[in-house]
Design a protein around this ligand. Structure first.
Ligand code: SF4
Length: 229
């Protein structure tokens, strides 16, 4: 269920500053996502723990590798309590093959901390999520928006690339890009919006060669318009 938080004064100010091109970009991207969202095992999952597992696995790892690991890991540890109660060696073994084992240690430590200090219930707000091991600003935004419907951005490498190209802000420092991303989040649709940006960045607006000719947002994208001249 989407949580429609009252916008902060900064969000209201940012929304007023959102250029018309940004609004058209948002509308077109959401329409494209409604028809072309990638079918992934963690899409449509409402369990916050499962969303956290998917986001931890996706850190520095390609989606196609996580597709197989995600259901396997959840079959072994179906709940946050199961994971928290598991021995460290077993968790390490369950992560075997996915690499970057610090993520497994962090996920395990986060599960234990949630059990110890939050009664086994994952906190909803990004600020609280960021206090858990291994959860940075992106992961906190992704979990808060996807699992809890909170209107916050989640800017990973793909989303940052799309935003920089689409809004013509290539040199904008990360902190200012996050503020812009915050202004773009459509109220009540943060989960769709954040995942739409990820999908466009992964499939159309790719790192090496953006496919502007077939991009659904090209007419409201600074780079797309420039390239079509
Ligand atoms: S038009 Fe090109 S640069 Fe713009 S979002 Fe689409 S693929 Fe990326």
């Amino acid at each position: 269920m989407a949580i429609l938080a009252t916008p902060s004064p900064r969000q209201k100010q940012n929304a007023c500053r959102l250029p018309a091109r940004g609004r058209a970009f948002r509308r077109r991207l959401l329409a494209w996502y409604a028809r072309h969202a990638r079918k992934l095992p963690w899409r449509g999952v409402c369990d916050p723990y499962a969303v956290l597992v998917s986001e931890m696995m996706l850190q520095q790892t390609q989606v196609r590798r996580v597709v197989d690991f995600f259901p396997r890991f959840l079959a072994r540890y179906p709940t946050l309590e199961d994971l928290a109660a598991a021995p460290a060696d077993a968790v390490r073994e369950a992560w075997d093959g996915l690499g970057y084992y610090a993520r497994a240690r962090n996920l395990h430590a986060a599960a234990r901390e949630v059990v110890a200090t939050h009664g086994g219930v994952l906190p909803e707000r990004p600020e609280a999520l960021r206090r858990l091991p291994g959860i940075g600003r992106y992961t906190a935004g992704a979990v808060a928006s996807i699992a809890f419907g909170i209107d916050v951005p989640a800017v990973d490498t793909n989303a940052a690339r799309v935003l920089r190209r689409a809004l013509g802000v290539r040199r904008r420092p990360p902190a200012r890009l996050w503020r812009l991303a915050e202004a773009l989040v459509p109220r009540g649709r943060a989960a769709d919006w954040n995942q739409a940006l990820m999908d466009l960045g992964a499939t159309v607006c790719t790192a090496r060669v953006p496919r502007c000719a077939s991009c659904p947002v090209r007419t409201s994208c600074v780079t797309g318009v420039r390239r079509s001249r």
